[in-house]
Write a new protein. Structure first.
Length: 763
């Protein structure tokens, strides 16, 4: 195997433009496709806004002969190259930097040969190419590339894009794909966020962060996008927007405190642990619960106060009041924990009543960690009454964090307890470790910095904001808020919250424009959050037509999987006629049963969040996945959705979904709770969904083999153009704004100036 080293230094980007960053190794034999990527590893170093990327690709030649090939690497339009070179066995081999006019023809030839319009987005950029010979038969070819770029910077926010897309029919690596990003900054780093991929984030103090993900047989269907912000303020706040004229805009607000406590001194807090020790907790569960409590007690800070309540048929506390954290109280608590045994029933209402009578200090953050493995069996057993009692008793504003252990818990009760009391729910299924789950949460909550958080935006009216109630903020935390806005202006953004009982205000600035085509991922991310909140309301409060209708509309508009709208078809023959679709060419969409639809929605997530390479796990990093755990990975399985508004759901009996959403216990109920929780906290736009595409202001629906502009009507004047013909590329030259639309596929109907442009393959 020969080793190729490619180096490009001082690559300065004036704007962020996608490029075909995976690179392609194309045989000169036109009968052969580009070689498959065996694996790809990317190591990115970012220092004060300058990124250096080192890429290693290994291509696989499955042909039984040596091949002559060309390696092509499209470059951003404004890239400034100082040096490109390749070395073979110590001999320097020069490549060719092709300017964009000449590169255009090369791109066109590749599109024609591959019959892949997904590469159209790279028209207009420069191209680097070099001949590679020989590529050994049935062998591998390693290529290494290095380049540097200056990242665009706006309002304290850097944006890095590593282009990965491999065309219309996205390919997979044969083996692994790994990306590691190391960020160093002289100014403290605040927000670190990827809307494109689920990443592991490890913070090493205020000036260094590591980001990474790893996946076997990775689907190269979208670019890797990473934002990070820097600020000397106590909190980092950044706003991104997307807006279409004459419609409410979309905004995403990112908020992050420092990684370490201000002035090195943690804010003192009150913490109460309420743990179930009923008979069903016997065995491994009670052992893990003891381990979790031991870790929690040891993680408390000097200055904190704490207590422990164990409950079964009755409840008993370590002390009748909160204890200051010191050597003696820790020893007393550990002795109490060692003596915990599992016996008796489950008196949830009594235990929570005792917890909320505790002497919490109103000037401190107040936290209750509640763990149970069963339904209430002693005393009050009605979940609605218990939830109401807790709400009535919680005048102190205690944050209630809930753990449900096993499959017998009442998810509706636990989710109401956490949701109405400023916390969150997590579930520990058989085979999962209680100690790991509880310890991760307590580590995250160890250093509070701001309580009763509110955000106010001057002279801009916001609506449909999620989350509706903002959580307290902790060191190393990160909050992403999504919403809609009316009006447009540059304005002040005020962050309000309590620090040690005193209200503080932090003022920032942000732009809320009337139109902005950037950040096209925000609308779908907002819609996913909105669907999560609506489904949660239906699940916990009952189905109402208004809520259900909005879920269905959002699902169709943004291509989001829900239990109601997993499979959609055109309503009737008239709808096909209205949109000019030849029904004989459109295979009938066979709807799945609703039982399958809801199972798909709540399917447990198959792969964990990836970790950065060579990064020791920190408390912050370990805690991050709790917001994504057990997520519904079924989003990528969404079925094709049709054109226009006249759509309905096919499936089994309408009552199946309603009945499913009412289920409050069992593995299915836990999967559903986790799936909805993921939607409510979603921060990753994820893979493209089958059936619906948003391209700028346009919405396309997948009908049969065509992508159809939602603005298309049969009565429109029609112009037919053959894919990859001279007329096709002339259309793109005359209307470059159509590149992303035509990149959807080889058969596309797009509306241009009132005319329907029908792109079709040769017959």
């Amino acid at each position: 195997m020969k080793r190729y080293t490619l180096t490009a230094l001082a690559l300065a980007l004036l704007t962020t433009v996608s490029a075909f960053g995976s690179g392609m190794l194309i045989p000169k034999d036109a009968s052969l496709p580009p070689l498959a990527i065996k694996h790809q590893r990317v190591d990115i170093q970012i220092k004060d806004g300058v990124a250096t990327a080192k890429i290693e690709q290994v291509f696989k030649n499955n042909v039984n002969r040596d091949l002559e090939a060309v390696f092509v690497f499209p470059l951003p339009e404004n890239a400034a190259i100082s040096d490109f070179a390749m070395f073979i066995n110590g001999k320097r081999m020069s490549g060719e930097l092709v300017e964009k006019d000449k590169a255009r023809k090369i791109y066109q030839d590749i599109v024609r040969r591959m019959k892949d319009p997904g590469l159209l987005e790279y028209l207009g950029g420069n191209l680097f190419r070099i001949s590679v010979y020989p590529v050994p038969k049935n062998g591998e070819q390693r290529i290494e590339l290095e380049y540097s770029q200056t990242l665009p910077f706006d309002g304290g926010l850097y944006k890095f894009v590593y282009p990965l897309k491999t065309g219309e029919r996205a390919s997979r690596t044969l083996e692994d794909f790994t990306t590691s990003v190391r960020i160093h900054s002289a100014t403290p780093i605040k927000n670190v966020y990827s809307p494109s991929h689920e990443v592991g984030i490890s913070r090493k103090g205020e000036h260094e962060a590591m980001v990474g993900f790893e996946e076997d047989r990775a689907l190269l269907d979208r670019d890797f996008v990473l934002y990070y912000s820097v600020s000397k303020k106590a909190f980092g706040m950044n706003v991104l927007t997307h807006a279409v004229k004459d419609q409410d805009g979309f905004y995403m607000l990112m908020l992050a405190p420092s990684v370490t406590p201000p002035d090195g001194k943690p804010v003192a807090k009150d913490v109460l642990f309420v743990f179930d020790t009923s008979g069903s907790m016997a065995g491994q569960k009670i052992e893990q619960a003891r381990g979790a409590l031991t870790h929690c007690v040891q993680r408390l800070n000097e200055g904190d106060r704490f207590n422990i309540i164990r409950f079964s048929t009755d409840s008993k506390s370590l002390a009748d009041h909160l204890l200051p954290v010191n050597k003696a109280s820790r020893a007393e608590a550990l002795t109490f924990v060692d003596k915990l045994t599992a016996r008796g029933g489950t008196a949830i209402d009594e235990a929570l009543a005792a917890a909320l009578k505790m002497d919490f200090d109103p000037k401190r953050p107040r936290i209750v960690v509640f763990l149970t493995d069963g339904k209430p069996t002693i005393g009050e057993s009605d979940p609605e009454i218990i939830a109401g009692n807790v709400a009535d008793r919680n005048s102190a504003g205690v944050r209630l964090f809930v753990f449900g252990v096993g499959e017998k818990v009442n998810t509706h009760l636990l989710d109401k307890l956490s949701g109405k009391n400023g916390g969150l729910s997590q579930y520990v299924l058989p085979g999962e470790d209680i100690e790991i789950k509880v310890s991760s949460l307590v580590d995250k909550l160890s250093n509070p910095v701001l309580a009763n958080v509110k955000v106010e935006i001057d002279k801009i009216k916001t609506n449909r904001v999620h989350p509706r109630e903002l959580p307290d903020l902790f060191c190393g935390d990160q909050l992403v808020v999504l919403g809609r806005y009316e009006g447009s202006r540059h304005t002040a953004i005020r962050l309000l919250g309590d620090v040690e009982g005193a209200q503080r205000e932090f003022v920032y600035e942000g732009d809320f424009p009337a139109t902005n085509s950037d950040n096209a991922f925000i609308p779908r991310l907002w819609a996913t959050r909105r669907v999560g909140y609506l489904l949660d309301a239906i699940r916990l409060q009952g189905e109402e037509a208004e809520l259900k209708d909005e879920v269905m509309w959002l699902s169709k508009e943004y291509g989001i999987m829900t239990p109601y709208t997993s499979y959609l078809v055109l309503e009737d023959d008239k709808a096909y006629v209205q949109h000019g679709i030849d029904r004989d060419r459109v295979p009938a969409v066979v709807a799945e049963r609703e039982e399958r639809a809801v199972r798909m929605f709540a399917a447990p997530k198959r792969a964990p969040v990836a970790r950065p390479q060579s990064a020791a796990a920190t408390a912050t990093e370990t805690a991050l996945p709790m917001f994504r755990e057990g997520a519904a990975d079924a989003l990528s399985a969404a079925a094709p959705s049709p054109v226009g508004k006249r759509m309905r759901t096919y499936g089994g009996q309408a009552g199946k979904v309603k009945s499913y959403l009412k289920t409050d216990s069992g593995a299915g109920a836990i999967d559903l709770s986790r799936a909805i929780a993921r939607y409510k906290r979603e921060t990753v736009a994820g893979s493209r969904q089958a059936g619906v595409r948003h391209v700028g202001k346009r919405i396309f629906y997948h009908i049969g083999e065509q992508w159809v502009d939602s603005a298309y009507r049969k009565e429109m004047k029609t112009r037919r153009i053959e894919f990859a013909s001279d007329a096709y590329f002339k259309l793109l030259a005359d209307h470059p704004e159509l590149k992303r639309s035509l990149a959807l596929g080889r058969q596309v109907i797009v509306v241009l100036e009132g005319q329907a442009i029908v792109i079709e393959t040769a017959r």
